[in-house]
Design a protein around this ligand. Structure first.
Ligand SMILES: Nc1ncnc2c1ncn2[C@@H]1O[C@H](COP(=O)(O)OP(=O)(O)OP(=O)(O)O)[C@@H](O)[C@H]1O
Length: 259
């Protein structure tokens, strides 16, 4: 059973079709990479898969449970099985790194609405949060305010939180977009680790083809809201890969011409 699945997902905004029957299956233990030109629908698909956006037709499945129709507490429960690592670092800057990781357990254990302050957390949770931080190499930063960490370190905190959350699926939307190559590779290395060692199903959208080749077990090309290819990177014909981005260049040029 795949960790995450989209079945013929359709989405439109204001009558404009953005996703046109997307089928996607993200296996546990593997890193699946989502490629596509600007505007091809990657972020929209990711938002639909995380339940942040409602789909118009089709189905979304998380670890064998259909999630697209869920609401209220059922939706919140299903969202806890999916951890997100977004381009805009989605951690809380003015609290400690440790607290950010601890927040991953919110909802899974009976915290209050606002979570629990680190000093009051049960010992086993504190230990686990430290273990998760150690796994991403940031145990020595536990007490630092999260905003003082570099972008790459903040992404690693988000991955530690995913571990704390005991997520079954990790979805990362351009997690290395604003990082230098070394920090980007460190984040990708960790995403591979959580796939291989923790059996998570990992879906990552990327623009850097070098990283796709190095880290992708599977590569899914999205073109104008449809899946254009879904295979190993090496198996994608070069002209097909170029065409994925060429249309964007053509579209950009015609937009600029008409401006
Ligand atoms: N909330 C929204 N309301 C209206 N249109 C939207 C909304 N979100 C996305 N779109 C449109 O849907 C299309 C796909 O956008 P999306 O952000 O999914 O593309 P993307 O492939 O992630 O692009 P990028 O690589 O630039 O992030 C775009 O034309 C965008 O303008």
């Amino acid at each position: 059973m795949p960790g995450l699945e989209a079945r013929s997902v359709h989405k439109r905004f204001d009558g404009r079709v953005v996703l046109q029957g997307v089928d996607l299956s993200v296996d546990r233990g593997l890193v699946t990479i989502l490629l596509g030109a600007n505007g091809s629908g990657k972020s929209t698909l990711i938002r639909c898969l995380t339940g942040l956006e409602r789909i118009d037709a089709g189905e979304v499945w998380v670890a064998g449970e259909r999630t697209d129709g869920l609401r209220g507490s059922d939706l919140r429960r299903s969202r806890r099985r999916v951890a997100v690592v977004f381009q805009q670092f989605n951690i809380i800057g003015n609290v400690s790194v440790f607290q950010n990781v601890l927040n991953g357990a919110m909802g899974r254990v009976p915290f209050g609405v606002l979570g629990v302050l680190a000093p009051l957390a049960p010992g086993r949770l504190r230990e686990k949060a430290m273990y998760c931080l150690a796994r991403v190499g940031l145990a020595d930063r536990a007490d630092h305010p999260a905003r003082t960490l570099s972008g790459g370190q903040q992404q690693r905190v988000a991955i530690a939180r995913a571990l704390m959350q005991e997520a079954e699926v990790v979805i990362a939307d351009e997690p290395v977009a604003s990082l230098d190559p070394e920090a980007g590779r460190a984040v990708m290395d960790l995403l591979v680790t959580v796939a291989r060692e923790d059996g998570m199903a990992v879906l990552v959208s990327l623009h850097q083809l070098g990283l796709v080749e190095q880290y992708g077990d599977r590569t899914v090309g999205l073109k104008a809201g449809r899946v254009d290819f879904d295979t190993r990177f090496e198996a994608v014909p070069r002209d097909r890969m170029e065409a994925l981005y060429l249309e964007d260049a053509v579209a950009q040029t015609s937009l600029e011409d008409s401006a």
